[in-house]
Design a protein around this ligand. Structure first.
Ligand code: NAG
Ligand code: NAG
Ligand code: NAG
Ligand code: NAG
Ligand code: NAG
Ligand code: NAG
Ligand code: NAG
Ligand code: NAG
Ligand code: NAG
Length: 432
């Protein structure tokens, strides 16, 4: 630690202008980054430096695509603590291995990585540096250890780039989620958060406060059940990571170094998958969600099913009828559906299949990934409060069993999965 302080004081003692400013991809304890300086990753894909978003005069430290002429910021360090005076600001490593932004000669940083590792024999300043990787990840390296001691990928802002993750790190408690910007001029926390929800299922929700705005549908082994099948989506590959350390989806992309791609949550809570087109010199959004009215969460209410291609978009799942006929004809499905007749459990009731649907919200489902579809049916049949079940994965494995309302079903022409709805004997008879 002494060595480090000595190092910094030494540089303060000499004229600050003589300090070798960072021009490459690393910040070491004896380098400073000032407004106007940038780090550029090794392959030239990403840059880190100061920027002002939109019409703002305020200064932020961020990471953007270096080769994309339209400045596209993917990460912001001090998103909630803007800097007012660009001439007095520096980014440097303090004596606890924090990378920090200092305004003027105040000793309180505007922002810091908050690693606070005392520089001991194990971690010493000469082996320690922050490096901007070509994936866009800013990492704290300790040459004497393999691991990253800190990485910006652990603190996403509103954007995912390939190799980032969304989900939970069960060991560190990190919750990898996206939070929209407040406006195009202001990267501070906006209204919308996208994070892993569900209980045991991998389903992502976009919420405004506690209100769910839309959800992706559960991960089905290939994609999110609620997103349309994307033949054009060759660029992104998603990988499920489920082990004792984490439950997440990792995003990857083919040709990430030549095709620039990102997924971001815009200021209105819309998720956009976007790639940079060299031909048109624009970002092309090739998938946005919510993509239609049926993706607004709970559009058709409990036990309602939404089909954007029908004149009357809401209908009821088999065995159910609109709770209020008046609302239904006003095309307001919010009141949802109720059972046509009381269910006499165990008296000839059974299941009807609803094909190609976005499965209902899994947050009130019982999830058991070890059960196959046969056992899933048995579990549901044996409990009178079970309203339906489905395979979790497209290969037929895993079990979702609902004990309560179905919420937020959407019908697809292609894609989706089968949902088995518990109905009474009369309903079954009709279809036999
Ligand atoms: C910048 O100015 C705003 C308001 O003028 C103030 O709230 C904020 O604390 C200032 N930021 C810094 C880093 O001094
Ligand atoms: C900004 O910082 C510089 C250098 O410390 C100082 O000379 C200048 O007065 C500051 N400007 C404002 C508006 O505080
Ligand atoms: C920096 O420190 C010097 C001496 O301690 C002080 O005179 C000056 O006002 C400080 N500047 C800022 C911008 O805080
Ligand atoms: C500090 O790190 C350097 C570079 O890895 C190493 O050569 C040196 O032995 C380390 N010093 C201590 C005291 O651990
Ligand atoms: C993760 O963060 C989001 C947004 O703050 C929150 O809604 C969600 O419940 C968190 N998940 C866990 C498991 O803490
Ligand atoms: C992502 O893809 C690249 C190239 O296709 C590969 O080298 C890399 O290992 C992949 N990363 C993950 C986390 O799968
Ligand atoms: C990705 O790169 C490989 C090899 O450079 C190339 O053959 C392939 O066409 C590229 N894929 C896309 C989608 O551009
Ligand atoms: C993750 O793995 C655990 C243990 O194998 C399993 O119980 C759980 O259902 C799995 N979750 C998912 C979403 O696959
Ligand atoms: C049926 O499921 C409900 C909800 O999970 C549970 O509370 C109840 O104990 C179960 N009943 C039986 C007979 O297993």
């Amino acid at each position: 630690m002494d060595c480090m302080i000595a190092l910094l004081s030494l540089y303060s003692f000499f004229n600050i202008n003589n300090v070798c400013f960072a021009t490459d991809d690393t910040i070491t304890p004896n380098k400073l980054l000032r407004d106007g300086d940038t780090l550029v990753s090794n392959g030239g894909t990403f840059a880190l430096g100061f920027f002002s978003p939109g019409n703002s005069q305020k200064r932020y430290v961020g990471i953007w695509f270096n080769k994309v002429p339209e400045q596209t910021v993917v990460w912001v360090a001090n998103r909630n603590s803007p800097i007012n005076n660009s001439s007095s600001v520096v980014v440097k490593i303090d004596n606890k291995a924090n990378l920090a932004i200092f305004d003027g000669n105040s000793s309180n940083p505007v922002w810091s990585t908050q690693v606070s590792i005392p520089l001991t024999d194990n971690i010493n300043s000469s082996s320690l540096f922050y490096k901007l990787l070509d994936t866009g990840n800013l990492v704290l390296h300790d040459e004497n250890k393999g691991d990253f001691l800190w990485q910006s990928f652990d603190f996403p802002t509103d954007t995912l780039v390939p190799e980032m993750k969304l989900g939970l790190n069960l060991k560190s408690g990190l919750n990898w989620s996206l939070t929209s910007w407040k406006s195009r001029d202001d990267p501070s926390f906006g209204d919308f958060v996208m994070s892993l929800g569900g209980r045991g299922s991998l389903e992502y929700y976009v919420k405004k406060g506690s209100r769910v705005m839309w959800r992706t549908g559960p991960w089905n082994g290939l994609t999110w059940n609620g997103l349309p099948v994307m033949t054009t989506d060759f660029i992104f590959h998603s990988t499920l990571i489920n082990n004792s350390d984490e439950l997440s989806i990792s995003l990857n992309a083919s040709n990430a170094s030549s095709i620039f791609s990102r997924i971001y949550l815009d200021v209105l809570g819309i998720s956009r998958r976007s790639t940079w087109s060299e031909d048109t010199h624009r970002w092309n959004d090739f998938v946005t969600a919510p993509g239609d009215v049926c993706e607004n969460y709970g559009k058709c209410g409990a036990f309602g099913s939404c089909n954007p291609n029908n004149a009357q978009i809401c209908s009821c799942v088999p065995g159910y009828e609109p709770k209020s006929h008046k609302d239904w004809y006003l095309r307001d499905g919010l009141e949802g559906c109720v059972r046509k007749r009381e269910l006499l459990c165990g008296k000839g009731d059974g299941f009807l299949k609803l094909e190609k649907v976005k499965l209902p919200d899994t947050s009130n489902a019982r999830v058991d990934m070890s059960l196959g579809i046969k056992d899933c049916q048995i579990e549901c049949r044996n409990n009178c409060s079970c309203t339906g079940y489905a395979s979790a994965y497209v290969d037929g494995s895993g079990c979702f069993a609902w004990f309560g309302d179905f919420l937020d079903i959407k019908e697809f022409i292609e894609g989706g999965q089968d949902l088995f709805v518990r109905v009474d004997a009369i309903e079954l008879g009709k279809f036999c």
